[in-house]
Ligand binder design. Structure first.
Ligand code: FAD
Ligand code: NAI
Length: 328
């Protein structure tokens, strides 16, 4: 019997690879340091309901991803979001409608990766600290000192700075991963007892600490009280305020929101801040995925292509394709 394939990371890239390998008849085992799947597409449970603090929506431009999203839609995992979009520049708020099709997980962003994971075997709350090779197989060591294995191959689907540490067995791949700079994003969620009196569902922001804000209930399947909003700071603001206490981040971003929105801004009844340390790669790459096929070690994630959901999914497919091609 052949050993299973280990996949580190249950974000969309790791699950994309896992599904492709599973469909091709291979046994996979997944690991994630978090308590659930999704990574930057996870949704946080809170007193005011589920909050999409990371990816807000996604677009599908590559034919292969368009096909996958259509299947997800048919299964009810995603729905089209048709927001009333705005743009804010120099404090000027203006409607900014367009024809772009945008998708969201239904009824929350994490629904997609949860459905993709299905019944695949997974170890949550398991941070892998080392990937090492025995005579024939790979083994993983976790932060508790426990080892897992043997595995025939390992696919590392973590953000580049976390992947590079796990790629020590192949210095070339480790070097490529460590060359990728990933920028942070501060995210803030606010809830209001009474709905804000504005038509804005989503807003692209320039010349402000913010670069994006959205009304949660405008997305399909998320109606309900109270009225919750998610604000994202720009990369540069987030970098400059990386270690700011959460209360101060909430206060500053709430202030920036109040300045640009076209309605009265009450005090929120709920607030929360989350810092994404590795939110997005500073630049795009054309790697697809990284592979040392002779050793059986692969790395994938949004940082191998575009820093978007679509790029991450395509990268997972690319890693699986390279692995399967080498087996033939
Ligand atoms: P991740 O989702 O980061 O998954 C990696 C997983 O690996 C995580 O679950 C992590 O816990 C796990 N992991 C890491 N290290 C280890 C370890 N040592 N051991 C075990 N597990 C480990 N994209 C869009 O297309 N549209 C958007 O609107 C959008 N908005 C965004 C807003 C924010 C604030 C952020 C942060 C991202 C946004 N993105 C958006 C980007 C999108 O979320 C990512 O491109 C995509 O989700 C990345 O998927 P991934 O699988 O490559 O990585
Ligand atoms: P998209 O095509 O909707 O947006 C791409 C960019 O085009 C936007 O960032 C915005 O600047 C501009 N834009 C699009 N529609 C607009 C409109 N109607 N009015 C004004 N400007 C508009 O989606 P795509 O290409 O799939 O990008 C994904 C989104 O995810 C981007 O907004 C990106 O900034 C965001 N993202 C955020 C991250 C973070 O850490 N905050 C990380 C990765 C992606």
């Amino acid at each position: 019997m052949t050993a299973p394939i280990a996949i580190i990371g249950t974000g969309i890239a790791g699950l994309s690879a896992a599904q492709a390998l599973h469909v091709a008849g291979h046994e996979v085992q997944l690991f994630d340091k978090s308590r659930g799947s999704g990574g930057r597409m996870a949704s946080k449970h809170s007193d005011v309901g589920a909050l999409d603090l990371g990816a807000q929506y996604f677009t599908a431009r590559d034919r292969r991803f368009v096909d996958a999203v259509q299947q997800w839609q048919a299964r009810g995992w995603v729905a089209e979001w048709k927001p009333s979009l705005y743009h804010s520049k120099n404090g000027q708020l203006s409607a900014s409608p367009d024809e772009q099709v945008r998708w969201v997980g239904s009824p929350r962003m994490s629904a997609i990766t949860r459905a993709m994971l299905g019944a695949l075997p997974v170890h949550f709350s398991c941070r892998i600290t080392e990937v090492f090779r025995g005579r024939q197989h790979w083994n993983l060591q976790d932060a508790e000192g426990q080892s897992h294995g043997p595995f025939s191959h390992v696919v590392i689907a973590a953000p580049a700075p976390q992947a590079s540490a796990l790629l020590a067995a192949t210095p070339k791949l480790a070097g490529a991963a460590s060359s990728v700079v990933m920028e942070p994003t501060w995210a803030v969620a606010l809830a209001f007892a009474n709905p804000l009196d504005t038509k804005v569902d989503g807003c692209f922001v320039q010349d402000s600490p913010l670069d994006w804000l959205t009304r949660n209930r405008s997305k399909p399947g998320r109606d309900g009280n109270p009225d919750t909003w998610v604000l994202h700071a720009s990369s540069s603001w987030s970098k400059h305020h990386l270690d700011m206490p959460k209360e101060a981040v909430i206060e500053q971003l709430h202030g920036a929101f109040a300045e640009l929105i076209d309605c009265a801004m009450p005090a929120p009844i709920f607030s929360l801040a989350h810092r994404w340390l590795y939110a997005r790669p500073a630049s795009a790459h054309q790697w697809g995925s990284l592979a040392d096929a002779d050793l059986g070690l692969y790395a994938c994630g949004d940082w191998c292509l575009s820093g978007r959901v679509e790029g991450a999914w395509l990268s997972g497919q690319d890693a699986a394709r390279k692995l399967l091609a080498h087996l033939q």
